[in-house]
Design a protein around this ligand. Sequence first.
Ligand code: ZN
Length: 314
Amino acid sequence: MFDRADLPEYVQIKDVAPRDGLQAEPKVLSVGDRVRLIDHLTASGVPYIEASSFVSPKWLPQMAAAEEVMARIERKPGVAYVALVPNPRGAERALDAKADELMVFLSASETHNYKNVHMSVSESLGGFHEICAMARGEAVPVTAVIVTAFGCPYEGRVPLHAVLDLAIRLESMGIADITLGDTVGVANPLQVAEMVHGFTLNAPMIRVSLHFHDNRGTALANLVAGVLAGCTRFETALGGIGGSPFSPGAGGNLATEDAVYCLQEMGIKTGIDLDRIMEGTRFLETAIGHPVPSRLYRAGGRMVPTGIPGAVDE
Ligand code: ZN
């Protein structure tokens, strides 16, 4: 059992659709459409946006011309536009493009890290030193995402202590904002609560964000478990995009509008205007050319638009 007193007043949502989401789409969106997506998110009140990735366009044509995207978006004061950087070259480009924050990534398991970036976890950590030094020079914060933190497709369940050890090593390099990613959608609510409590007890200096995929239908339950355990930072994607490009409609990120709806109905503020953000979902669905997995969008929005406590964000 829980009641309102157990819930926070505010939860911070970072929308990752422009990077994590679009990166998985088979269709490459124009720079103009990528800019429009980010501007939609900004106008809807999203405070934190994963805007692009500064990876070589040879590897990811979906993220080509990241500089142009960053130059053309309408930046709102107080909103952070984050760039994912795979290496020092990417960091240099992101800093030149005035990213507000750099994000690095590594896997909680050796096998996944090697398959993903052809490096051991230690080699990945080694590469972050240079990125951190470059960012420090420009007074730009660096955050990290630990992918497969709840389970790895090659090694199975990842033990809590392994994730904690890795996070503590990142923190010692000056990276205190860390996202724990359930990359393949295998986490369950109890595991999420244990993970959050494990960090609160053993590494209170680390600010944890949670990032869930919905491959097995547990993403929203995991978000609620995370909130109840005391986490107030989550990463979600407009429309729930970001799943396998070969199975549209399944296994994407937890949809931003689904998360905001659930939080709002429980009286938790996000600062995000639900009706407005779903206009963005409509645009996104047209732009990518297939239905998005978002449940709220498919349901046509809220049943009762006003009049019930907690139904209105502001
Ligand atoms: Zn994701």
